[in-house]
Design a protein around this ligand. Structure first.
Ligand SMILES: Nc1ncnc2c1ncn2[C@@H]1O[C@H](COP(=O)(O)OP(=O)(O)O)[C@@H](O)[C@H]1O
Ligand code: SF4
Ligand SMILES: [Mg+2]
Length: 332
């Protein structure tokens, strides 16, 4: 069942320029442009791209905290903007988020128990206190926190433990989708694996869909069913995780993969290696034509003239590049 369908989503911000007069029209920054994907219940979509590629803005548009300039976010078949107040409350309950900086995301003046219980008390204020505490304790236990620490404050915990608190808080309402925005980027490598494994276990137990955002492909690789690669607000490639890792077609995906050592020697021997050169251009002044062309090792003159279309090159495998061969030619 399709839980979430994002259709040609575009999100912009008005950005005043330093030195502009107050009456000067602000410039329009396209943080997310023409983005489409689907997510089924219980599945994980990995979203990868350098910092500034629009990943968090995409997450905020799905949660509903930034409006779309164009396109649609369909939650269980219904346009997010067209939801009734009651459906909107259900959506807010069903979609939760986990953030990159676990300590900063937690209110320092609240105890761990209050933090985890807060969404429950907001959506179900009549929940008896004892029931709330029991649910919090059970969830603390499940995410690997000692329930008798329920009255402690966030600063008394390590980064990994704070992220476990964030996970418990996100799960107390038994959501259908959890958006994890770089949930392990701020953690030590050893702790990263523990948190990812915990998320995978919880996903299986609760049939959760996940959008797992990272700037590093190696982080999303093992948790994702599908992976989408973003660059300067646009989708460059999306495919089943194995397909994208083993035969990436977009030069940007190839560069991201080249920067990650893959432990499988067969893949390691055969994969194309192309290191990424240069800096991410300003999203206020993106290159004409293909936004990736200023860093693309195979760019040609045509790449500067028109935006490349999103081409289907295999089952569920889309690539935004003029050199991508459509599915019929691939099969022939
Ligand atoms: N509230 C905002 N106002 C103006 N620009 C923003 C705002 N939020 C994000 N941006 C810009 O949108 C682009 C994408 O940002 P973001 O979604 O945070 O990317 P990522 O999460 O991939 O690092 C960046 O250029 C960022 O500066
Ligand atoms: S359209 Fe051109 S610049 Fe863009 S990725 Fe393809 S070859 Fe490179
Ligand atoms: Mg971000």
């Amino acid at each position: 069942m399709t839980l979430l369908k994002v259709d040609a989503l575009t999100v912009t911000f008005d950005v005043p320029q330093p030195g502009d007069w107050p009456w000067t029209k602000p410039r329009t920054l396209y943080a997310v442009s023409d983005m489409s994907f689907e997510l089924a219940a219980g599945q994980t979509l990995g979203v990868v791209g350098e910092s500034g590629s629009g990943k968090s803005t995409l997450a905020r548009a799905v949660i509903g905290t930034v409006p779309a300039r164009a396109g649609k976010v369909l939650w269980q078949g219904k346009d997010l903007l067209a939801l009734s107040p009651r459906e909107r409350r259900t959506h807010r309950k069903d979609v939760q988020m986990i953030f990159q900086d676990p300590l900063a995301a937690l209110n320092p003046r609240m105890t761990v128990g209050e933090i985890i219980a807060e969404p429950l008390m907001t959506h179900f204020p009549n929940t008896p206190r004892s029931e709330g505490r029991d649910r919090v304790r059970a969830l603390m236990d499940r995410v690997g926190l000692l329930p008798n620490l329920i009255n402690r404050y966030p600063h008394e915990f390590s980064g990994g433990q704070c992220q476990r608190i964030g996970i418990a808080r996100a799960l107390i309402l038994r959501p259908k989708l959890v958006i994890c925005d770089e949930p392990v980027s701020a953690l030590d490598v050893s702790v990263q694996a523990q948190v990812i494994n915990l998320l995978r276990e919880l996903q299986r137990e609760m049939d959760l869909a996940l959008i797992f955002i990272a700037h590093d492909l190696s982080v999303v690789n093992h948790i994702s069913d599908r992976i989408m690669v973003m660059y300067l607000g646009r989708m460059m490639e999306q495919a089943a995780a194995d397909t994208l890792i083993q035969s990436p077609h977009h030069p940007y995906s190839q560069a991201l993969i080249a920067s990650v050592p893959i432990p499988d020697p067969t893949i390691e021997r055969t994969r194309h290696r192309q290191a990424l050169q240069g800096e991410l251009p300003s999203p206020l002044n993106p290159p004409s034509g293909c936004v990736f062309r200023t860093r693309c090792p195979i760019a040609g003159p045509d790449c500067a003239t028109a935006r490349p279309p999103q081409t289907l090159i295999g089952p569920g495998h889309q690539v935004t590049c003029i050199k991508a061969a459509p599915v019929a030619q691939t099969v022939a």
